[in-house]
Design a protein. Structure first.
Length: 242
């Protein structure tokens, strides 16, 4: 199976103090500072647990997404990527982390937003090429396990998958004991919005009691990119320069 149209979501940590509308001006600033890489911003902040604020670029769509009641940066790769499946997974995760890093550095958002480095949600936005079936998950599992081992620096990690042919194939990769939902509840079901918010808060409170501090995505990006753990850095924080 050749992976393309990969999506990656990096979740924010609590407390998340930035209103969705703050990202509109931030993304417009990215458009003005680019050489035509970014095209437009779409505002879905009126929707509960919706698409949030969306930045449209040549090769990818970057958004502050609130689907499933959990805010995060969603990186949606549109154009094909070269290389092996493992290289493609690393590329999209790296791009997502770099965009998280860029947001954390924005003056308008400083102190208001922080991304977790201990959980990544990955989806294949192509149900024909990658049907949401147990067989597909088993085929991709070794690639995802290898990715998690590098991303989480060898920490014990869990892959959470729910088979549903009506939806895209998606897998949550998380460090054990921090974000994993032992009940198997799908965080990305819109109908569970309020329950998921409460469960997310409980996870962070439990982590705090245990003295566990998730590594921010900015720190994770610095670690991976500077160390070359995910290979040569072939892009800047822009999702388009490949």
């Amino acid at each position: 199976m050749e992976l393309q149209k990969l999506n990656v979501k990096i979740f924010t940590t609590l407390p998340d103090l930035a209103p969705l509308t703050d990202f509109i001006d931030v993304f417009h600033g990215w458009i003005q500072a680019s050489d035509g890489d970014y095209h437009d911003v779409a505002d879905y902040s009126h929707m509960t647990a919706g698409a949030g604020i969306v930045l449209i670029a040549n090769d990818a769509i970057v958004s502050i997404d609130e689907n499933g009641g959990r805010r995060g940066l969603l990186y949606n790769r549109k154009t094909p990527l070269p290389g092996s499946n493992q290289e493609k997974l690393r590329d999209v995760v790296r791009a997502a982390l770099q965009n998280c890093q860029r947001l954390e550095k924005e003056a308008a958002l400083k102190g208001k937003i922080r991304f977790s480095g201990d959980e990544v949600w990955i989806a294949v936005n192509d149900r024909l090429a990658a049907p949401n079936a147990a067989e597909t998950f088993q085929e991709l599992k070794p690639e995802l396990e290898a990715l998690a081992a590098r991303l989480f620096n060898g920490a014990n990690a869990a892959l959470t998958y729910k088979e549903d042919s009506r939806k895209r194939l998606s897998v949550a990769c998380s460090v054990l004991g921090i974000h994993r939902d032992e009940t198997g509840i799908d965080f990305h079901e819109r109908k569970n919005y309020r329950r998921n918010q409460c469960r997310q808060r409980a996870f962070h409170e439990r982590s705090a009691r245990l003295g566990i501090r998730p590594l921010s995505a900015a720190a994770r990006a610095r670690l991976l990119v500077s160390s070359g753990e995910f290979g040569a850095d072939r892009s800047d924080p822009s999702p388009t320069r490949r």
